[in-house]
Design a binder for this molecule. Structure first.
Ligand code: NDP
Length: 324
């Protein structure tokens, strides 16, 4: 099989035309059709601490066709999606032509979504929808007020903007990029675009003017602290990422004086029922033409050279990896 392989903690990832298929273990065998590139994959390929067992095939997303299954739930020919569940971190992932996976987190590919589009959605779209559902489940409805998306040009951020706008929220996108990028975000549905330096540079006062009914944050650190301080009474901030940092220099005041909810989002270990709920909602709500407009593609042999571009913030939207 063709595969990207990381041999050890200290070695560079390498592309192999003839990797041993005996590396793979798991009850459901797949021909991988597409994977996708997430920030985490770039970190894994660049040796920045995501890979937890070696050798490892990176790739936290798989869209594939079942070729054989030891469990009755799946049979040859089924098209399936796997996001997270340890693949690309401690289990072999999607940057290969073949995969063997556990059935516990497998979702059937909805008939309305083609395999390449399912990969374009990938962990990013899945996480964006999990974040949107956190807002919905805590009562943040369209009309509640502005909803902020930070890191809005990133994979998760771009899809979060599109999903929230599609639901009828007034979306404010925060981004560090130039004005041309503002057009991209408005095309996705943002009503307004602000520069990320407004939120990221200093941890401001613990209580600030109330601006957001809700927020979806992929940055953490001072950005998340400021977002919490600006969230209106009863609002919710769904936190999924740490692109700025893992720290959170905040106080309890937004929680005890404004009843703000900080709702965590973890796509990797999401239970199957939540995965199915999120994919059903994505199938119903995501504008697939809009998804196409934010998606680009690369081949498997280009995957190693692509990692530094993601880490340097030089990519935008979603990148699928065509492994066929
Ligand atoms: P991307 O690289 O596609 O997007 C990240 C975006 O964050 C960038 O486009 C940029 O947005 C902004 N950004 C990057 N670096 C900085 C910085 N130093 N300071 C401020 N803003 C910055 O990544 P993903 O969308 O794939 O992932 C985003 C984060 O979410 C990562 O931390 C990732 O590990 C995490 N994640 C967590 C998941 C979970 O299950 N909890 C699932 C998926 C991702 P802009 O250019 O608009 O400013």
């Amino acid at each position: 099989m063709r595969a990207v392989l990381i041999d050890s903690k200290d070695s560079d990832a390498r592309f192999m035309e003839d990797a041993e298929e005996s590396l793979l273990t798991g009850p459901v065998e797949l021909d991988v059709l597409f994977s996708s590139y997430n920030y985490k994959d770039a970190m894994a390929v660049a040796g920045k601490g995501i890979a937890r067992s070696f050798p490892l095939i990176p790739g936290i997303d798989v869209v594939g066709r079942v070729t054989a299954s030891e469990t009755e739930q799946y049979s040859a020919g089924d098209l399936v999606i796997l996001n997270g569940d340890g693949i690309g971190e401690s289990l072999h992932g999607g940057f290969a032509t073949r995969a063997r996976v556990r059935p516990d987190a497998l979702v059937r590919l909805p008939a309305e979504i083609s395999p390449d589009r399912a990969a374009a959605i990938g962990t990013a779209g899945f996480t964006a929808m999990l974040s949107v559902l956190r807002l919905e489940d805590t009562g943040i409805e369209p009309g509640s007020g502005d909803v902020l998306v930070t890191g809005a040009s990133g994979g998760v951020g771009s899809i979060a903007v599109a999903l929230l706008a599609g639901r009828g929220h007034r979306v404010v996108a925060s981004s560090g990029r130039d004005e041309e990028n503002g057009e991209y975000l408005r095309d996705l549905g943002a009503a307004d675009v602000i520069h990320r330096s407004e939120l990221s540079e200093e941890p401001g006062k613990p209580m600030q003017s109330q601006r957001w009914a809700g927020a979806i944050d992929g940055l953490g650190s001072t950005t998340l602290a400021n977002v919490l301080a600006q969230t209106a009474w009863g609002g919710t901030v769904a936190a999924y990422g740490l692109a700025q940092g893992t720290d959170l220099p905040t106080t309890v005041l937004p929680f005890i004086l404004r009843g703000v909810t900080l709702a965590g989002v973890n796509s990797v270990e999401a239970p199957l029922t939540l995965r199915e709920r999120a994919w059903e909602a994505l199938t119903r709500e995501l504008d697939l033409d809009l998804l196409d407009s934010l998606t680009t593609g690369i081949g498997l042999s280009e995957a190693i050279a692509f990692a530094p571009l993601i880490l340097a913030g030089e990519t935008r939207g979603r990148t699928i990896v065509d492994v066929t």
